[in-house]
Design a protein around this ligand. Structure first.
Ligand code: PLP
Length: 384
């Protein structure tokens, strides 16, 4: 089936977090796409509705098989049913993992810039945030291994909260980069919690490596978190998975989840997850090729009209990290200027100090909306 990603679907007045305006502002911020979900997902919801009985529901073997097959066929990650736990979201799982691996006052290492809840959840869990700035090398981010090791040692870090692929920088960390992180964590007995929610949005020319495929012999200290919601643009459904290979860790996570009855998803999430992993590949392939075109369009537009913005081409996902320092010297003023031109981007500073005078733009929308949004960015930064 051919999907039409050019279609502009009115999302106003739906409770959408992204489309929250009274006027005609174009939202190029929060990480959801404006595209309609895959037909198989809509069909799976309709099937439940037609059946009409919405009682207590558990995971089926068919669901486990769908998850296992998706991850083994795409990434060579071998999972069994016993390695998979369910959680309402990756962010709630981050908190759960912090509970598991830390005590109040412990140090947690994160990179800067980083997806904001890495910081907020660490603080809310009573832990110290230790951040290691990513280094920009040839237009892309790299880990600063010496800094990471020094900070782990100095602060007796207990957990490295890793974002792979990275949000907001769009890096898909290579096997060698991840092995280097593994080695340093092993040396100091640091647990690794790998947020892999952007895994399936890896763009052409790059290869996603699940952290668990490298964790041989260290599996008692590695947990990965992922979800079908980002991949298939169904964040409103809520649902995610926790993968862990070590039996004792699985048991501990499971016990933690039972404290608050957080181990179950709703009926729709189970059905949608199964159908997405069984039959959503076709939609995903088309969505990714549309996104790649939008990324090219954005980079070309900015090179022509706003040549002093330094663009980090993403290796995964539809979020592009823009260095706008040539166009302002105050984060709030920059953000407000764009809002005044009726376009919203994420202010980079919300992702850490490294985000100073940077902006994150979301290009997962129809081409016509994107073009209008880019014109407004130009209007705000050049024409005003
Ligand atoms: C790196 C990362 N982790 C987690 C999430 C959200 O996960 P969830 O909605 O499952 O809590 C996002 C959403 O943008 C994200 O970018």
């Amino acid at each position: 089936m051919q999907y039409n990603f050019d279609e502009v679907i009115d999302r106003s007045n739906t409770g959408s977090i992204k489309w929250h305006y009274e006027d005609d502002t174009i939202p190029l911020w929060v990480a959801d796409m404006d595209f309609k979900a895959a037909q198989t997902i809509l069909d799976s919801i309709n099937k439940v509705v037609e059946h009409g009985v919405l009682g207590y529901t558990k995971q089926t073997d068919a669901l486990y098989d769908a998850i296992i097959n998706w991850h083994s066929s795409r990434y060579g990650l071998t999972l069994s049913k016993e390695n998979i736990l369910f959680s309402p979201g990756v962010v709630p799982s981050i908190s759960l993992m912090l509970n598991l691996f830390t005590e109040v006052g412990d140090a947690v290492l994160i990179n800067d810039p980083i997806y904001t809840p890495f910081v907020t959840k660490t603080k809310l869990n009573g832990c110290k945030v230790i951040s290691s700035a990513l280094k920009e090398v040839n237009g892309r981010y790299e880990f600063d291994l010496a800094d990471i090791e020094a900070k782990i040692k100095k602060h007796k870090v207990k957990v490295f909260l890793l974002c792979n692929p990275h949000n907001p920088g769009g890096r898909v960390w290579t096997k060698d980069e991840l092995k280097a992180i593994l080695n340093v964590c092993k040396k100091y007995n640091v647990a690794i919690v790998s947020d892999e929610i952007h895994q399936d949005l890896t763009l052409s020319g790059h290869t996603f490596t699940p952290f668990l495929t490298l964790a041989d012999g260290y599996e008692h200290m590695v947990v990965s978190l992922t979800s079908m919601t980002k991949t298939f643009n169904i964040a409103g459904i809520k649902g995610s998975m926790i993968f862990a290979k070590d039996k004792a860790i699985v048991k501990q996570i499971s016990n933690q989840q039972r404290l608050n009855d957080e181990y179950e998803l709703n009926l729709f999430a189970y059905k949608v997850m199964q159908s997405a992993y069984e039959q959503g590949g076709e939609w995903l392939e088309q969505a990714l090729s549309y996104i790649e075109k939008n990324i090219d369009l954005t980079i070309d537009y900015l090179a022509t009209h706003l040549p002093d913005i330094k663009v980090m081409r993403p290796e995964a996902s539809y979020l592009i990290w823009l260095d706008c320092s040539a166009y302002g010297d105050d984060d709030k003023v920059l953000y407000d200027k764009l809002r005044a031109a009726r376009v919203e981007l994420n202010s980079g500073i919300q992702y850490g100090q490294e985000g100073h005078l940077k902006m994150r733009i979301n290009v997962a929308c129809s081409e016509s909306v994107l073009k209008e949004g880019l014109q407004r960015v130009k209007q705000a930064l050049v024409d005003s």
